[in-house]
Design a protein around this ligand. Structure first.
Ligand SMILES: *Cc1c(COP(=O)(O)O)cnc(C)c1O
Length: 353
């Protein structure tokens, strides 16, 4: 094992996925398990697929290609680029869409490759990332079903991302209405009414999920056990599936404030310091090129993050009862940003236990 390393407890992950799948199933909801934070690592995808996820979903077609060996259907989450239409059709069964020209490109690819592809129309309901206005959904659907090869599979919405808008009964009922209107006017049945991401899960607990919603796309909730609408732990889920380990390369007592003329730090930022006198400082061999260190949560009491440069992280351990020495390991819990960084970095060893 080399440091830094990311320890992944698969039994905890399995528990999280199974618990959420069960909770969703009780309300008639199927889950798309989102693999993007873990770069579609095959061991994560395997746990998802074996624990009852109805689909695997990712934002990147390279990641979905990696998942080809799993028989569960795949969903492309990010709006496809026209330039990748062929691969989207090759490697995904369904994609989320808001541009008719893209759906046309998918249709051409489907015909050319002699495949099937489902289109979910994204509806903009306040968060202001992807989606068409609800009043344009019917026209979009009418155009989409005319295109050869693509199936109109459903409608969906995304929240909690750009605008930080929280999904609720009201905005999700608007999605349900859009779906009902398309079904009625076009005489079809939509298979997927996708009511958002991890931020929508809380509505199940509060019994406020509109009955028409039958799909959620979940990443952070099953990986980190977090309710992203209210930044709190989800009952019965583990928040410590992942642990980062980093090694101490220096432990010394030094002042808390730098001396000399103060310019910019390694990242061109102006910094400020609080004078706490001489403190006990630890340097870890892990830096910003590994992951966003400020998004790590120390597991040990009395450990405070001070700062980081590309390859170093500095901690204040003055308040800790423990005597850290060179060669010791410090462990952290991960927020979503840290998790994304850890999986993306080739410098961090991934260890599944
Ligand atoms: C990333 C993503 C998700 C998953 O979001 P989580 O907050 O991790 O549950 C769902 N839908 C879309 C469109 C996404 O891009």
């Amino acid at each position: 094992m080399s440091n830094p390393s990311l320890i992944i407890e698969t039994s905890k992950l399995r528990h999280n996925v199974k618990t959420v799948v069960k909770m969703c199933k009780a309300s008639g909801i199927e889950i798309c398990a989102v693999t993007k934070a873990c770069c579609a690592h095959h061991k994560i995808a395997e746990v998802f697929a074996e624990s009852g996820a109805g689909m695997l979903a990712d934002s990147r077609v390279q990641n979905l290609k990696q998942l080809s060996s799993y028989s569960v259907p795949k969903m492309m989450l990010r709006l496809p680029m026209i330039s990748e239409a062929d691969d989207v059709v090759r490697y995904c069964d369904v994609s989320l869409n808001s541009e008719l020209n893209t759906v046309k490109a998918l249709s051409e690819a489907v015909v050319k490759l002699n495949k099937q592809h489902g289109v979910v129309i994204m509806i903009e309901l306040g968060d202001l990332r992807e989606g068409i206005p609800p009043e344009e959904a019917l026209t979009f659907a009418e155009e989409a079903i005319k295109l050869p090869g693509v199936n109109l599979t459903g409608v969906g919405v995304n929240f909690n991302c750009y605008g930080g808008v929280i999904p609720d009964e009201e905005n999700l009922n608007r999605l349900a209405d859009v779906a009902s209107n398309i079904e009625e006017k076009l005489g079809i049945k939509l298979q997927i009414i996708s009511g958002g991401n991890s931020g929508s899960l809380y509505l199940l607990k509060e019994n406020k999920m509109p009955a028409k919603i039958n799909n959620l796309r979940l990443g952070e909730s099953i990986l980190l056990g977090m309710d992203t609408s209210f930044q709190k732990q989800i009952e019965d889920l583990y928040t410590d599936v992942f642990t980062l380990k980093a090694e101490v390369i220096e432990m010394k007592e030094k002042p808390s404030v730098p001396s000399g003329n103060i310019g910019l730090n390694a990242f061109g930022q102006k910094t400020s310091y609080v004078d706490n006198g001489v403190i006990r400082r630890v340097i870890l061999a892990c830096g910003r090129q590994d992951l966003p260190c400020d998004q790590l949560i120390p597991n040990e009491d009395g450990v405070k993050y001070l700062g980081s440069s590309s390859d170093h992280m500095i901690l204040d351990i003055t308040q800790s009862d423990k005597d850290y020495a060179v060669g010791d390991i410090v462990t952290f819990n991960l927020s979503y940003g840290a998790l994304v960084g850890a999986f993306t970095s080739r410098y961090i060893d991934k260890i599944f236990i």
